[in-house]
Design a protein around this ligand. Structure first.
Ligand SMILES: Cc1cc2nc3c(=O)[nH]c(=O)nc-3n(C[C@H](O)[C@H](O)[C@H](O)COP(=O)(O)OP(=O)(O)OC[C@H]3O[C@@H](n4cnc5c(N)ncnc54)[C@H](O)[C@@H]3O)c2cc1C
Length: 394
């Protein structure tokens, strides 16, 4: 979000300084699976509109357009980040079909392309059997998230932005009509400050915008990449930059990177070590993707996703010239990018009417949810089983 905002501001001729606590991309943005998805992780267009009133339609529009806006900008600026806009598939288990159909209706009603696939077309186009139907969103796709961040920084620098790594911001103070932003080594005087620290990053930014931090829940996400899959074994699977995430709570996802490695992930299960998690995932990939043998997992990493306590896709705090936002909920690649650009236009004088601004006095259950979130992964198979059972008894 910060690199997108800085690149946008610098290209528009604004004098901009980017302060990064660690190295560029050291937060959540170096860890995603790289699935670019034009949809909320929780909720639907009508639910978001019902909850956020007048701003809801703006949020739906922004999320719906986010993937396309990102890919357009990548092409426009020639950002080298393995970007492939070949669409996102959202296949449904039989029990989840009513939920999927409602979602698709709502996105179509909001004006977005939704292709509805039956079971047979879903299996044929995704290579995965057993789903009852799916939604195909052509604006989705895949990319290499850390390369995207670095490329945005390159364009920001080329346009005149000054970038300081290893410079954690310690304080933001009002100074006349502007602000002093201080690090241990020095300070910056600025008219406007955009805080794009994702609320939780390493805990170092806790003091900067406490209301935002208080509303976010850290959720550990586990990711892996396999050895490259031989062409003969993947003829029935995706051939380009398509990606898939299904309707299960125990989410199944897959995509190929440009070296034909499978990339997938899941919520990190508390108490399960990395090698056991890899064995389970390898077996799952082998079965779901009908591979001749479970693929070898060569890379494993984890990251912390910031989930908003109220599950709204964007949380924002505004204090005159200081604007802080988080837009993650584990689907933040496209949305963080467009919110970063929107923050940049706000800093140049446009309004933020399309965003729900947090009521910073409201009590949240984030602290309790944070404690429970460690165990969430263990409950997901149970939640899926319950949904299937209810559907059978309907
Ligand atoms: C494992 C994992 C997998 C994911 N997979 C996907 C996916 O496939 N698709 C998808 O859409 N989303 C995914 N997400 C979510 C996505 O990664 C995030 O939404 C997105 O990267 C958030 O970007 P950001 O810029 O807001 O935050 P970050 O990338 O966390 O950036 C915040 C930056 O602020 C810096 N910072 C913090 N405090 C300070 C300070 N005091 N001073 C200066 N700098 C500071 C941090 O060091 C960090 O670099 C995933 C998340 C995780 C954790």
């Amino acid at each position: 979000m910060g690199t997108a905002a800085a690149a946008r501001l610098a290209r528009d001729g604004t004098n901009v300084v980017l302060l990064e606590a660690d190295r560029i991309g050291s937060g959540a943005s170096s860890t995603p699976g790289g699935f670019v998805v034009p949809h909320f992780s929780v909720g639907s267009p009508r639910e978001i509109i019902a909850r956020t009133g007048e701003t809801g339609a703006g949020i739906v529009d922004l999320v719906g357009r986010s993937a396309n806006m990102l890919f357009v900008r990548i092409r426009e600026l020639g950002l080298e980040c393995d970007a492939r806009q070949d669409g996102w598939y959202h296949p449904a288990t039989p029990a989840a079909v009513p939920r999927l159909e409602r979602l698709m209706d709502e996105w179509c009603e909001a004006g977005f392309d939704c292709e509805h696939l039956n079971a047979q077309d879903t299996a044929q186009r995704t290579g995965v059997e057993g789903y009852a139907a799916s939604w195909y969103a052509p604006s989705g796709g895949t990319l290499h998230p850390l390369r995207l961040c670095r490329e945005l920084v390159r364009t920001a620098r080329e346009a005149g932005a000054r970038i300081f790594e290893n410079s954690p911001v310690q304080r933001i103070e009002k100074m006349g009509t502007g602000y002093r932003v201080s690090t241990a080594q020095g300070s910056v005087l600025a008219e406007k400050v955009l805080v794009c620290t994702n609320g939780l990053s390493s805990g170092i930014s806790e003091g900067l915008v406490p209301p935002l931090t208080r509303t976010l829940i850290p959720m550990r996400v586990w990711q892996c990449a396999t050895e490259p899959i031989p062409a003969a074994d993947r003829q029935h699977l995706f051939q380009g930059g398509e990606c898939l995430s299904d309707t299960r709570r125990n989410l199944f996802t897959y995509r190929f990177d440009i070296e034909n490695r499978l990339i997938t992930g899941t919520f990190d299960a508390f108490g399960v070590d990395a090698s056991r998690a890899a064995r389970i995932m390898s077996a799952r990939l082998g079965t779901m993707l009908r591979l001749p043998k479970p693929p070898g997992i060569t890379h494993i990493w984890t990251g912390t996703s910031s989930i908003s306590a109220d599950r709204l896709p964007i949380s924002m705090v505004v204090d005159e010239g200081v604007l802080a936002a988080s837009s993650c909920n584990a689907r933040g690649i496209a949305l963080s990018f467009v919110v970063g650009e929107a923050l940049a236009s706000h800093a140049r004088g446009d309004g933020v009417q399309d965003f729900p601004v947090l009521d910073t006095n409201r009590r949240t259950t984030a602290s309790l949810q944070s404690r429970l979130s460690r165990f969430y992964a263990h409950f997901t198979p149970l939640l899926d089983w319950y949904e299937e059972r209810r559907a059978r008894n309907r």
